[in-house]
Design a protein around this ligand. Sequence first.
Ligand code: ATP
Length: 255
Amino acid sequence: MVTPLIDIKEISFEYEQTKALHNISMKVEEGDFLAILGPNGSGKSTLLKIMLGLMKPSKGTIELFGVDAKNFKNREWIGYVSQKSNSFNVGFPATVKEVVAGGLAKKTGLFHRLPKSTHQQVTEALEAVGMQDFIGRSVSELSGGQQQRIFIARALIAKPKILILDEPTVGIDHQNVQAFYDMLALLNREKKITLVLVTHDVDTVTDRITHVACLNQTIHFHGFKEQLHTMSDEQREAWYGHSVRKIHHIGGSHA
Ligand SMILES: Nc1ncnc2c1ncn2[C@@H]1O[C@H](COP(=O)(O)OP(=O)(O)OP(=O)(O)O)[C@@H](O)[C@H]1O
């Protein structure tokens, strides 16, 4: 049997007074392009942070690449682009090359001279996100969508096997969101990078993903997006409340 990249077993999580996640079990397999969907406050960011090993569940266990998260050493296998990465400090005059090369800092150490091979690695990472022509530009001069691609390149340069993105299209204008998801789908298909993301772009993301997880404290559905129509109206409503009509079309149901 193939080992899942992430295996979450019966986890729960509370923030002091707030119950955020309850008894969640799910696996992320190699090659998945998984979108975690849910209303505001449904625990999506919390779940990502637990997947990343940044927060410990109050109950349950999580295995990363078959190893208990507590003992997992190969952190570079898991890339993360946080929700706030594209709110870049415009006063900080870093170039695209410097920001992307920063993704190697864990390997080289922040203050070591970067080896000659770095330029090639930066170029390859930028090519993967369609930003190779911007290598010498100042990051603060780029649009929100371009900055987000740069931060993905920064995560990619460390050669992760899985990339986790928290609402990556925040700050990207509507017409560029489609192209952004196309770029992610290409990373998934051609570079074989497993992707997990949280998003509110239900309409746009649906064509590109392979799997969906519907979260609202518990998992209401997790599987191939084509099977989402097997959820009953009651299940959808329990998951998403009043906005349920908005997401009716996923998985081929046209209620
Ligand atoms: N640091 C924190 N301290 C206390 N409660 C928190 C904290 N972070 C999140 N919460 C609460 O935990 C619950 C889940 O929050 P979380 O940010 O994971 O939801 P989300 O689905 O990512 O929301 P959104 O779509 O609005 O970003 C919410 O009720 C939230 O108010």
